[in-house]
Design a binder for this molecule. Structure first.
Ligand SMILES: Cc1cc2nc3c(=O)[nH]c(=O)nc-3n(C[C@H](O)[C@H](O)[C@H](O)COP(=O)(O)O)c2cc1C
Length: 185
């Protein structure tokens, strides 16, 4: 097995190596308006109820919208939406209708006021489960109350943010399922 010779590394850059799952688009609705933001910092923190933690910085227009409505939809885009993912993450819903500008389709959700994004292969309707958002720790814990996922492709190509404008695209799949048949992981 290969051993690595490691160098000191800036702890502020560690996030770039351990970035979580796919980049998501968070859609929200409040006071008759909709919005979308790009989000890379999230993690699953519960099976049932299905809980998802998200870092939504206070500087984002979406912050106010999700604090006010206590709801959102977490949408997972595929690699063909790269331009939209970057564009949506670099403008503000305070002065932009992002659905119109980026040619995306808002579909009504079942449980929440925020819209699903039709062009994303998966959309999870979320209600705020627990949050003590403050400017220093704007961590939102969402309960996923309903999920909509396209039947095909089963393993879509997703975008994973490495920070500093770099993305990794999901790649080869390896199944090790037979090694732990009784565990859910
Ligand atoms: C690839 C990418 C990942 C991002 N991840 C996050 C994130 O995890 N949390 C966050 O608060 N902002 C994140 N942003 C920044 C927001 O998407 C950006 O500030 C956006 O303009 C907010 O839109 P809004 O003001 O309409 O809410 C990310 C942006 C990009 C491009």
């Amino acid at each position: 097995m290969k051993k690595y010779r490691k160098q000191p590394y800036d702890v502020a850059e560690v996030r770039r190596l351990i970035e979580p799952g796919p980049v998501v688009l968070v859609s929200s609705a409040s006071e008759g308006k909709t919005n979308i933001m790009t989000l890379g910092w999230h993690m699953m923190i519960g099976f049932s109820p299905a809980l998802l933690g998200c870092y939504i910085d206070q500087s984002n227009h979406s912050y106010r919208m999700v604090v006010d409505s206590r709801e959102c939809v977490i949408n997972i885009p595929t690699t063909d939406l790269l331009e939209q993912v970057i564009g949506i993450g670099n403008c503000s819903g305070a002065d932009t209708d992002k659905f119109a500008l980026f040619g995306l389709t808002a579909m009504p959700a079942t449980e929440v006021g925020a819209p699903l994004i039709a062009e994303c292969y998966a959309s999870f309707e979320c209600r705020l489960a627990d949050a003590h958002p403050n400017p220093n720790q704007p961590l939102f814990v969402w309960e996923i109350v309903r999920a909509h996922v396209a039947a095909s492709p089963r393993l879509p190509k997703t975008l994973h943010y490495r920070g500093d404008g770099e993305f990794m695209l999901s790649g080869r799949e390896i199944s090790t399922r037979e090694r732990y048949p009784n565990q859910r992981r």
